[in-house]
Each structure stands twice: as structure tokens, then as C-alpha cells.
Write a protein that binds this ligand. Structure first.
Ligand SMILES: Cc1cc2nc3c(=O)[nH]c(=O)nc-3n(C[C@H](O)[C@H](O)[C@H](O)COP(=O)(O)O)c2cc1C
Ligand SMILES: [Fe+2]
Ligand SMILES: [Fe+2]
Length: 401
């Protein structure tokens, strides 16, 4: 017998925890696993909201049966077609051949192109309504959060927003499924990592979605990953609002590379330059030893980003180059940026960082420090100044509000 968890009368969580997939979307590490949350409403009509990744189908079906027994499923509401949620649609349709799939115009193309499904589909538009009996659902299109077909579904009796990937996070659930049942601090970093890695590029669309949902009375937010927000649903909306406006916390992340320790010595001086001031939220990552997923997360979190790199084959150190490409792609904005690095003969490291700085919307810290092979005392003094001025800049933003 598989486990389901009651959310409200007739509404159950039938999600699964995936603790064996190591990387999400072929790229993002999952050290704490991930949950694929699915929900079922058992009313005059039975509706399932999103499915789970195909590797968990058997468990998923067991959970469905644990709630509805031999009853049939009338509707499958597809808020999002990414295969971590749509992967079991076809199998579910085999089990319940009369089940109607509810999606919007964009969902239809994905159903055909991923799974060859062309019938049993009901298309809904913005503010479309579905009556299940005691429970009534309304649909709200939230395109590009983070796929074109993305929508959210609102249950009007209990005031639950089934929000798809929005407001979700990495991390398999720990027995509890609600924010007040789990140690939420354990999930915090993973929620920001999920936002910055997966959704962050689509901040404009996140803002549109937040505005669209403003008039709706939301008591519970049930996302497709991570904890369900019921003790204070407004708090996660507020965080999404801040993150998607590129607002940041007072703190610094230094991301550096070093093959033989010279750039690392500079990094230590930069960090020390920051230490004698009262902002101590400083994180230091070696780009070769920390997955880019975490670097993106901390760049999103903190107001200042400092990059340090040696020159390698006339260019920036390749893993640093990869990181700045990610930052460009994710379109992170409104950050203080500090730069330092080393070269041996041609140069190319710091100059590439400068090009990166010119292309983006950064508040650049003076000085940019470049050492020839090994930093001199003067170079290290300059690094110290770079660190100190970075903190001063953060404080000036705080004073401006
Ligand atoms: C494999 C390798 C390739 C390098 N390529 C260049 C280069 O093309 N141009 C250059 O100016 N310096 C180049 N350098 C020199 C380094 O940038 C320089 O030695 C610097 O001090 C390395 O800093 P680190 O000790 O932090 O690794 C290269 C060094 C190594 C080890
Ligand atoms: Fe997704
Ligand atoms: Fe997802």
C-alpha cells in the first residue's frame, strides 16, 4: 500500500520522493533528492493535478488507488509538460482510458509531440472553470514560468493554488509535506537554488504571474516540488517577488579559480579586506570544486559578486568562463561586481572578465587587480582595497534603501 497524505477534505498529496536521481535536467545536482508532487481531488468527479516522472509511475498509481480504490479518474489537469511531471501521463491514460486531459492551447502541441496523445483533451483558457462537485477549479495561464504552456490551477473551496514549478524547490520531502511539518531551514537553500537555476531566467514572466494572482485569496500553495506552503503562503510569494526583481541580501560571494595558488592568495586578501566591516555574510567558492548550480544560487542571493581568475591558454580559466556564460544566460542584474586575476605572458583572464563587466548591468568596484605571475605586496594591498570598497558599496545601497 502506497502512502498518500490528506491536505483538506477530499484533497490529497500523491507525490513521490526521488532519492536516486543524481542530476536534475541532466545538469543540476540533487544531493538532497527531489519530490514530484501530484495531487488528487476525490469528489463527484475525480481529478488528478499533474503526474510524476516515469521512473516513479508504479508508486504513483499505488497512491492513486489508496485514495480512490476502484473508482475511475475523470480528469488529469496538466499544469506543466516538463517530463518530471508529464512522464506518467501516457501510462495513466492506459490505466484510465476515459480520463480527460485538461490543458491549454500550448499543452496540446506538447502532448502530441512528446507522447503522441491527440484525443481525450479538453482545452481551457485563462479563467476557465471546472466543477468537480464540492470543489471547483479555475485555471490561470502563467506562460514561461518556465515553459510556454505553464499554468496554475486554483481550488475555490479550500483556496488552494496548485502552482506547478513556481514556489517549489529541490529536496525530497522528509516525511512531512507541509512547511510547518518539516525543518524549513533545511530546504531554504534548495528553494533558492531551484529558483535561480530553473526559473530565474524568466523573472519578467514570474513578475507577471505574481501580479496576475494578486486578487486571489490563497490559503495554501501546492507546488510540484518541495514543501506545501500552508502556514504562511504569502512568505514564499514575497521571496519569489524579491528574487525575480533581482533584489539581494547584504553579503558577498567570491568565486575564484587557481591552479598554483597565486590567484588564491589574491582572493584571501580580498576577503580579508572585507572582514573588518560589519557585513560578515561572505561565501567563497573555488569554481573547480563547486558545481555551477551553487555559484548561480549564491550570485542570486548576495548583493556583491567578486570573480578572480588566472589566464589559461590566452583566455579566462575555462570553468570561470563557463560560470560567466551561465550568468549572462540567466540575465542576473543589479549586482556589485569586483574583479581580479593573474597572467604569465599574453594576458587574457582579467581582460575577458572586463568584457563581461562591460556587457552587463553591473556596479563595478574600483580597483580591478591584475597580478603578473605572483601578486606583489602592492597587488595584495589593492586586493584588500577591492574587498573594503565592495563592502562600502553594499552599505551605500542599504543607506539608499
Ligand atoms: C596551463 C596553463 C596555461 C596558461 N596560459 C596562459 C596564457 O595563455 N597567457 C598568460 O598570460 N598566462 C598563462 N598562464 C599563466 C598563469 O595565468 C599564471 O601562471 C598565474 O600566476 C596562474 O595563477 P594561479 O597560481 O592562481 O593558477 C598559464 C598557466 C598555466 C598553468
Ligand atoms: Fe519544470
Ligand atoms: Fe518541475
Amino acid at each position: 500500500m502506497e502512502l498518500s497524505v490528506k491536505i483538506k477534505e477530499g484533497i490529497h498529496w500523491i507525490g513521490v520522493n526521488d532519492r536516486s536521481t543524481d542530476i536534475f535536467e541532466g545538469m543540476w545536482p540533487l544531493p538532497k533528492g527531489v519530490s514530484y508532487n501530484s495531487y488528487i481531488i476525490d469528489d463527484d468527479k475525480v481529478a488528478i493535478l499533474d503526474t510524476v516522472k516515469h521512473n516513479s509511475y508504479e508508486r504513483f498509481l499505488g497512491k492513486i488507488k489508496s485514495v480512490i480504490g476502484d473508482k475511475k479518474v475523470d480528469y488529469l489537469i496538466v499544469n506543466h509538460m516538463e517530463p518530471d511531471h508529464s512522464g506518467s501521463i501516457k501510462l495513466l491514460l492506459n490505466e484510465y482510458p476515459e480520463m480527460k486531459i485538461i490543458g491549454n492551447k500550448k499543452t496540446v502541441g506538447f502532448l502530441e509531440n512528446f507522447f503522441g496523445i491527440t484525443s481525450n483533451i479538453e482545452v481551457v483558457d485563462d479563467a476557465g472553470v471546472l466543477n468537480l462537485g464540492r470543489h471547483k477549479l479555475t485555471f490561470h495561464l502563467t506562460p514561461m514560468v518556465h515553459w510556454p504552456e505553464t499554468m496554475v490551477t486554483y481550488e475555490t473551496t479550500e483556496k488552494i493554488l496548485f502552482s506547478a514549478d513556481a514556489f517549489g524547490g529541490f529536496g525530497a520531502l522528509t516525511g512531512g509535506i507541509f512547511d510547518d511539518e518539516v525543518d524549513i531551514a533545511y530546504f531554504e537553500d534548495e528553494i533558492l537554488r531551484y529558483f535561480s537555476n530553473i526559473v530565474g531566467k524568466y523573472c519578467v514572466m514570474v513578475q507577471k504571474a505574481i501580479q496576475k494572482l494578486q486578487g486571489i485569496d490563497i490559503q495554501i500553495i501546492a507546488p510540484t516540488h518541495g514543501p506545501i506552503w500552508r502556514s504562511d503562503p504569502a512568505s514564499i510569494i514575497k521571496r519569489y517577488d524579491r528574487w525575480s526583481k533581482h533584489e539581494a541580501e547584504a553579503g558577498v560571494v567570491i568565486v575564484y579559480a587557481s591552479m598554483y595558488g597565486n590567484t588564491e592568495t589574491m582572493m584571501e586578501a580580498v576577503a580579508r579586506g572585507m572582514a573588518e566591516h560589519d557585513i560578515n555574510r561572505i561565501r567563497i567558492h573555488d569554481v573547480s570544486r563547486t558545481h555551477v548550480s551553487y555559484l548561480i544560487r549564491d550570485a542570486w542571493r548576495f548583493k556583491a559578486l567578486i570573480l578572480g581568475s588566472p589566464t589559461y591558454d590566452t583566455r579566462l580559466f575555462p570553468l570561470m568562463d563557463q560560470f560567466i556564460k551561465f550568468l549572462k544566460h540567466k540575465q542576473l542584474k543589479n549586482r556589485i561586481l569586483g574583479l581580479f586575476g593573474t597572467y604569465g605572458w599574453s594576458g587574457g583572464g582579467v581582460s575577458t572578465l572586463k568584457e563581461f563587466a562591460e556587457e552587463g548591468n553591473w556596479d563595478l568596484v574600483d580597483p580591478i587587480v591584475e597580478a603578473h605571475c605572483s601578486p606583489t605586496d602592492e597587488d595584495l594591498n589593492q586586493c584588500f582595497t577591492l574587498g573594503k570598497r565592495t563592502i562600502e558599496k553594499i552599505k551605500s545601497y542599504e543607506t539608499c534603501g
